[in-house]
Ligand binder design. Structure first.
Ligand code: NAD
Ligand code: ZN
Length: 604
């Protein structure tokens, strides 16, 4: 429940102010919904304007009486006749309400003392004396089980002994009530402590209710003043920019990598120090190696280590990751010492995703996007057996989920260790070598021609591009040289997009793949073949390479698609906003219209 009064005293109409193109209250509503923590989300308001605005954005709103003293009364009125267990009060003026905070406040109802709890709320550590002594900042003290003892605008405790180590906590106005506690509150008259401090939740203490406090240290911005709003707009812009054009990205790189023919033999000695007592290593190996006893012997399984052969016939899915994690958790008591992926982009991405999901709850689908992963992944090692995707070095693991095809892009995604042994790529069939190699070439083209390009991406992109040229165009290298160089091209291509983005071919290829299951490498080739308008010089070069290596690029894929399929393809492609912004700049929506996309797809 999001109580939303129109006439806030300090900043009238603040909930209808514009925050990045939408009213504050709509932002708050959407943020609450996006957490997926609630069965239902409602705005409870005294204002027709707010009511209509929420309904217009497809949300749910309830009209309440005007004359409530506080937000809790407003939501109590709204839930009085609803059949609910727990009601969470989300402040209407906190558009950046974090999922983490709400999760914390709800999680107390799963604890051993849940029966004792009437309501739960949040607190944040504070350290600055200015804040501690500020009467606008409500402090809270708790007992050893984090039950609230008192709330006050005074600094509590008073630091008579300046050297005593106390942690001060600021109260955050998010509550999760058992319905009964909320209804009681509504009916009980205010008493003197509450009246003196003007702090709502003191009433619960005055009537002997138990308030369990959860700690959340994520900082939101409350919009109390026009200055707050300006600050919030700035944060939103920066967040958007951070997601999208990556100006100052602080991204992790693979911390350890070994390169060279035969380096795969180092695997056992690299893993040994990472082994935790009784916790197995799990090897996810492309099933193309099922009968390759030499490779399997080198893996050298110990104790309860497990080797799982995985097919790379289909693009990795969130459901597949969830299933693998479930099986591993069922079979082993201990969280694995590590996950080792041995294969192409498909297996490497699965290994990254499984290692993340072993230490994060829920489904892999919950983490598709930017920076949604909360806990560090288990130790994971990537060993590519085909080169081009850059999956061995990237910060993402691309998965097809129930509603989108999108990577889990996080600081915990990159491998802890990579082994680059060009000999492992000896058996790659020619067509596949070309398709996956072209993924690298296309990464370079899209990065080098993108609007996000900076010297960092450019240096990696140019090197990878030159290596691709040597390998696929000049073609005067020995096979051994060519394997080593393609492996490094893949690495550099991946690094190039770390500080940039891919572009048109990838966005469209994701659409193909989502609807038709077309694999990434070949899908990119199918699309790129028709992009002369966007990358003229490089599409010409691509066509030359196709001829030179006598490779088939499938045609006519989209000839018999239904209208629905085409539309889904277009939706998936258009949803990849950062790719379009990189490829075509801020004005991309006027260039890449649905009609334009349709006509391009129909050529393929
Ligand atoms: P792949 O892993 O799908 O493998 C392609 C084929 O080559 C499979 O049939 C596989 O069995 C076979 N193969 C692999 N190594 C072999 C070997 N040594 N000998 C014989 N056959 C071998 O192909 P890929 O192009 O490397 O990966 C594509 C996947 O990578 C896609 O799912 C794509 O989404 C993903 N990808 C991820 C990133 C990232 O940054 N995470 C980047 C680009 C692509
Ligand atoms: Zn790619």
């Amino acid at each position: 429940m999001i109580p939303a009064r129109y006439g806030a005293s300090r900043f009238p109409g603040k909930l209808m102010q514009d925050l990045g193109g939408k009213p504050v209250i709509v932002r708050t509503y959407e943020a609450a919904q996006e957490t997926k923590l609630f069965d239902d989300v409602f705005v409870v308001t005294d204002s027709d304007i707010i009511f209509k605005e929420i309904e217009m954005h497809g949300g749910k709103a309830i009209m309440s009486k005007k004359e409530h003293d506080c937000g809790s009364d407003r939501i109590a009125e709204a839930v009085e006749n609803m059949n609910v267990d727990i009601v969470v009060n989300v402040q209407g003026d906190e558009p950046f309400t974090s999922k983490e905070g709400l999760e914390q406040v709800l999680s107390v109802f799963n604890g051993a003392d849940a029966d004792k709890i009437d309501l739960a709320s949040l607190m944040t550590e504070i350290h600055d004396w200015k804040e501690i002594s500020d009467p606008n900042c409500v402090k809270v003290i708790v007992d050893k089980d984090n039950f609230a003892q008192y709330f006050s605008r005074s600094p509590i405790p008073y630091p008579r002994d300046k050297n005593a180590a106390v942690q001060y906590y600021k109260h955050k106005g998010i509550y999760a009530f058992r319905k009964q506690a909320l209804m009681d509150f509504y009916r009980l008259p205010m008493r003197s402590l509450e009246a003196a401090e003007k702090i709502e939740c003191i009433r619960y203490l005055e009537y002997g209710k138990n308030i369990k406090m959860a700690i959340s240290n994520t900082q939101g911005i409350e919009i109390d003043t026009p200055e707050d709003l300006m600050r919030a707009n700035k944060v939103l812009k920066e967040e958007k920019r951070a997601d999208v054009n990556n100006k100052y990205r602080n991204f992790p790189m693979v911390p350890k990598v070994v390169f060279g023919e035969g380096s795969f033999d180092q695997l056992s000695s690299i893993l040994a120090p990472q082994r935790k007592d009784k916790a197995p290593f799990i090897f996810l190996v492309d099933d193309v190696f099922k009968n390759d006893s030499e490779l399997v012997n080198k893996i050298n399984l110990r104790f309860n280590d497990k080797l799982i052969f995985v097919s790379a016939d289909e693009e990795p899915k969130t459901s597949q990751v969830d299933q693998m994690v479930k099986e591993i958790k069922t079979e082993f008591t201990y969280r694995p010492s590590g996950i080792i992926g041995i294969g192409g982009g498909t297996i490497l991405d699965l290994a990254k995703a499984v290692s993340i999901m072993l230490s994060n709850k829920g489904s892999a689908a919950d983490y598709q996007g930017w920076d949604l992963v909360r806990n560090k992944a288990v130790y994971h090692v990537g060993i590519p057996t085909i080169s081009g995707t850059g999956a061995e070095v990237s910060r993402t693991t691309v998965l097809t989920g129930p509603v989108k095809k999108l990577g889990i892009n996080s600081d915990y995604t990159p491998f802890d260790q990579v082994i680059l042994d060009p000999d492992l790529t000896i058996g790659v069939p020619k067509n596949q070598w070309f398709y996956t190699g072209m993924d690298c070439f296309i990464h370079c083209v899209e990065s080098l021609n993108g609007t996000f390009l900076n010297a960092f991406s450019e240096s990696y992109g140019e090197k990878a591009y030159d290596l691709c040229y040597e390998i696929f165009v000049k073609g005067d290298l020995s096979e051994e040289e060519s394997r080593g160089k393609l492996m490094m091209a893949s690495w550099h291509g991946g690094m190039s997009i770390a500080y940039s983005q891919v572009g048109v071919a990838h966005a469209m290829s994701y659409g193909l793949s989502y609807v038709l299951g077309t694999k990434h490498g070949i899908g990119n080739c199918i699309v790129f073949d028709h992009l002369e308008e966007f990358y003229p010089k490089d599409v010409a070069l691509f066509k030359e390479m196709v001829r030179k290596h006598n490779v088939d690029i499938p045609k006519g894929l989209c000839a018999n698609l239904t209208e629905d399929q085409i539309n889904t393809m277009i939706d998936i492609a258009l949803s990849l906003v950062p790719l379009w912004e990189n490829a075509l700049g801020d004005d991309w929506e006027n260039i890449m219209t649905r009609e334009k996309l349709r006509s391009l797809y129909l050529k393929m």
